[in-house]
Design a protein around this ligand. Structure first.
Ligand code: 5GP
Ligand code: MN
Length: 344
């Protein structure tokens, strides 16, 4: 099985690092998704099997549909268990940063990280990582951070430790970021890794079900509402957007994670290659962007919406009203099209 040669040395450096230290922290990004939680728990279980004292810290809560992963209840949330999180960072000899490319993605935790003398390792697949670590395993072509963690394990002398528990968490990360192998999965290596995880015991259909078929009835009805009443399609611009007001969320008893995947729906309309989803929060608008194929959506997320992400999946936020934020986005569409060489 082939591994990218330029990674071999980085894999070796990381495998050497975790052998040297006992107190290890794994930090994941704010609003953790399935890849953040899955890659962190996969690494967590692996390090536990090596008898390491390891903890995972997240800035805030993650959606309920990820709580089936073994030990997800042990993830320390900085917003709820601040003191414990700080203590772990202070005691850590080694810190892993998983599934993000800039220290900004761990608000409030960043101050403690900056003071820490621990050896720092980034494992991530977002473009343009900033240099805040000692060892960087950053590869934007891979499907997910979970894929990279799996490759790290497969390239270690402890490959034998890869069991069903580790494999299920890593598989969950890959399924999340590839939407069950429908996007971001153009490399044969992704399937080789998936195959290794299945050999380790993963039931593919079961993990898919737990991630994608695990919502409430209310969430399904909210999806109906948003597609019927809150979607604007602009075929001339190859763009569509969706939004949800606070009132909508109240009406459908919105729970964290309920809007997962909404932004992808417009891309199934023929000719639509850009999609945006605006969600009204208490003090800001959370934005998700998606695009198809070679079309880049992350540049406008960075330039106008204080965000970032991948070529085809990015996000950002705005402090303006919902209406103004949407207006702002619509105004940027001509630039978006031009930068992608689309002439309408
Ligand atoms: P989602 O739309 O699922 O929240 O995020 C899609 C992608 O964009 C993820 O890879 C996520 O890391 C990135 N992303 C989402 N929101 C932000 C943000 O506010 N800032 C940055 N830098 N990246 C974001
Ligand atoms: Mn990811």
């Amino acid at each position: 099985m082939t591994t990218n040669h330029k990674h071999k040395a980085v894999f070796e450096a990381i495998n050497l690092a975790y052998k040297q230290f006992d107190n290890i922290a794994i930090i994941i990004h704010v609003n953790p998704d399935g890849d953040a939680v899955g890659s962190a728990l996969g690494l967590f279980h692996f390090l536990k099997k090596m008898k390491k004292n390891v903890s995972i810290i997240a800035p805030n809560d993650f959606p309920d549909f990820l709580s089936w992963m073994i030990a997800s209840n042990e993830i320390i949330r900085y917003n709820r268990q601040t003191e414990k999180a700080v203590q772990i960072i202070e005691n850590a000899d080694l810190i892993f940063f998983l599934d993000f490319n800039d220290i900004d993605r761990v608000p409030k935790i960043d101050q403690h990280v900056k003071q820490s003398k621990a050896v720092k390792i980034l494992i991530d697949h977002h473009p343009n990582p900033t240099d805040f670590v000692d060892i960087m395993l950053s590869e934007i072509e891979v499907s997910s951070t979970a894929e990279l963690v799996c490759d790290l394990i497969l390239n270690s002398n402890e490959k034998i430790l890869l069991d069903k528990t580790i494999a299920e968490c890593l598989f969950a990360g890959i399924l999340t970021d590839t939407i069950s192998f429908t996007v971001n999965s153009h490399r044969p290596r992704t399937f080789q890794i998936a195959s290794e995880l299945m050999i380790a015991g993963v039931d593919r259909d079961d993990v898919h079900d737990k991630i994608f078929n695990n919502f409430s009835e209310q969430r399904m009805r909210l999806l109906g509402h948003i597609l019927n009443n809150r979607m604007n399609v602009m075929p001339g611009y190859k763009t569509a957007y969706l939004y949800l007001t606070k009132e909508d969320q109240k009406q459908y008893s919105f729970a964290m994670g309920d809007s997962e995947g909404f932004v992808n729906y417009p891309l199934s309309i023929k000719g639509i290659v850009f999609s945006a989803f605006f969600m009204e929060k208490n003090d800001h608008i959370k934005i998700s962007f998606r695009s198809k194929g070679k079309n880049k959506i992350n540049e406008i997320a960075v330039k106008y919406f204080d965000g970032g992400g991948h070529r085809n999946a990015a996000g950002g936020e705005s402090k303006d009203s919902l209406e103004k934020t949407i207006d702002n986005f619509v105004k940027r569409i001509p630039e978006l099209l031009k930068s992608n060489d689309i002439h309408v």
